[in-house]
Design a protein around this ligand. Structure first.
Ligand SMILES: [Zn+2]
Length: 474
């Protein structure tokens, strides 16, 4: 995707440890939730004073609830989009993270966000007019309007902040404290018609934070943002996150390589179907030509993949993919001459290859991946860093069995092949336990480096103390 994302923005995302994300109606508009003030916005059709004020509720609670129940129906039908998913993924990466959302639709929570402050409340909760208790209201449509509190029988009102009402004091304190401590503030899809986002951003900027706005149009936040990315959050955020995560991993690898006199062997392990090759290829692209990529897993090679790597099968090359992968690996390694001896093995050859097939390389960084490669003792001993690609194993399983089937295997054979790979893979993971580990989670939001909570290194990802990044293999 040709998005105009500057290196400054990518660097800000990968270096920050304390992050605040502020979201408004724009992020949910892409999921089909109507905005309030924009074109087609709710306040252009409905009068706020008739529906979203304490007076309106006192006058006609049933009418107000009918409107909210209709909106709850729209929210229930909507799905979180790619931007919601990236915001949820950010929680795993940053040491300190707070999501401040003006949205009441619950989509952030459904995407997986937990460290979240819903400053305007939620249509999925009710507050008792008699005893003040706040309760979950998950049923849609509601059986009774207005709904009653099971505990005391009092009438429930929507637990949202209405016109003419103030924010809860505790909520304000929490958001302003987070803004003051933030190194980076991302503002996504707010119109700025409500003053809170602007106030938070001004506070954060004064305390030294970098402010980035993502919006389809200019807003009241734009003049206080350091950088603006104009466009849909659902398109910009995933690409921005992808680039920040790859760049972070590349930094981690380079930092370690520098400590080892420029040489580092990096392995990528993970369940079959986790997308190890895709991550390896993306990382290689991040380094451009400074790394050697050794994909030894013959399964991955077909003409489309070769082309994606910018390679073509040599005329007269051996027929089988395994053989081809081997030839390619040797070819790649031979491009760099030097003192590191790296024996290369054929997948099915359970013994060292002849001396003639041993290549000497001197290269800063070698990236190896595949279910089989790490089982060879020489590679095991040389592996300095293992990137463990964690993903939903059930999902990977389905994906891979389907791929085996589209490759011509019947259902049973495809399943057997998967099981065999899975067994090998578990041995592989076992074999890489000696190396430093970085766990990368792959899900619908893309790749996210998982950093253990509470191991904050205040100096950013280029810190030399790497303990916070070394995770045990799950
Ligand atoms: Zn009550």
């Amino acid at each position: 995707m040709a998005l105009n994302i500057s290196g400054t923005v990518v660097t800000a995302l990968k270096r920050a440890n304390r992050v605040v994300v502020i979201t408004g109606a724009g992020i949910s508009a892409e999921s089909g939730i109507p905005t309030f003030r924009g074109v087609g916005g709710l306040w252009r059709t409905f009068k706020a004073e008739d529906l979203a004020t304490p007076q309106a509720f006192a006058r006609d609670p049933k009418l107000v609830w009918e409107w909210y129940d209709w909106r709850r129906g729209l929210c229930a039908k909507a799905e979180p989009n790619a931007a919601h998913r990236v915001v949820a993924a950010m929680e795993r990466f940053y040491h300190q993270f707070t999501l401040v959302t003006q949205n009441v639709d619950g989509l952030h929570g459904r995407a997986g966000s937990r460290r979240m402050v819903e400053v305007h409340g939620s249509v999925w909760r009710g507050r008792c007019m008699s005893c003040g208790a706040e309760v979950a209201l998950e049923q849609t449509p509601l059986a009774q309007l207005p709904p009653k509190h099971d505990g005391c029988g009092g009438v429930l009102r929507p637990a949202v902040v209405w016109f003419g009402e103030n924010y809860e004091r505790a909520v304000l304190e929490q958001t302003f404290t987070a803004a003051e401590q933030a190194q980076l503030v991302l503002v996504v899809g707010t119109s700025g018609g409500v003053s809170l986002p602007v106030d938070l951003v001004v506070q954060a900027r004064q305390a030294g934070a970098t402010v980035i706005e993502i919006n389809t149009e200019r807003s009241a936040v734009s003049r206080v943002a350091h950088e603006r990315l104009e466009g849909k959050a659902g398109e910009i955020l995933p690409e921005l996150w992808r680039r920040a995560q790859l760049s972070y991993l590349a930094d981690e690898i380079e930092t370690r390589a520098r400590r080892r006199e420029g040489r580092l062997m990096v392995g990528i392990a993970g369940p079959p179907g986790a997308g190890k090759s895709a991550l390896a290829e993306a990382l290689v692209a991040e380094f451009r030509n400074e790394v050697v990529y050794v994909p030894m897993d013959g399964f991955h090679f077909n003409n489309a993949r070769l082309e994606a790597l910018g390679l073509r099968a040599r005329k007269g090359a051996p027929e089988t993919f395994d053989r081809l992968a081997f030839e390619m690996a040797v070819g790649e390694l031979r491009k760099a001459a030097g003192p590191v001896k790296l024996p290369v093995y054929l997948r099915e050859l359970h013994e060292p290859v002849p001396e003639a097939l041993t290549v000497e390389v001197e290269t800063p960084i070698v990236i190896v991946e595949g279910n089989y490669l790490f089982l060879w003792p020489e590679v095991q001993g040389k592996l300095d860093l293992c990137i463990y690609l964690d993903c939903d194993a059930a999902l990977a399983r389905e994906d891979l069995i389907a791929r085996h089937q589209s490759g011509g295997l019947n259902a049973l054979a495809a399943e057997r092949k998967y099981e065999a790979n899975d067994r090998l893979n578990r041995e592989t993971v076992e074999a890489t336990r000696g190396a430093a580990q970085i766990t990368v989670r792959r899900d619908a939001a893309g790749w996210t480096v998982v950093r253990a909570a509470g191991t904050a290194g205040a100096t950013g990802p280029l810190r030399t103390a790497a303990e916070g990044d070394m995770m045990p293999v799950p």
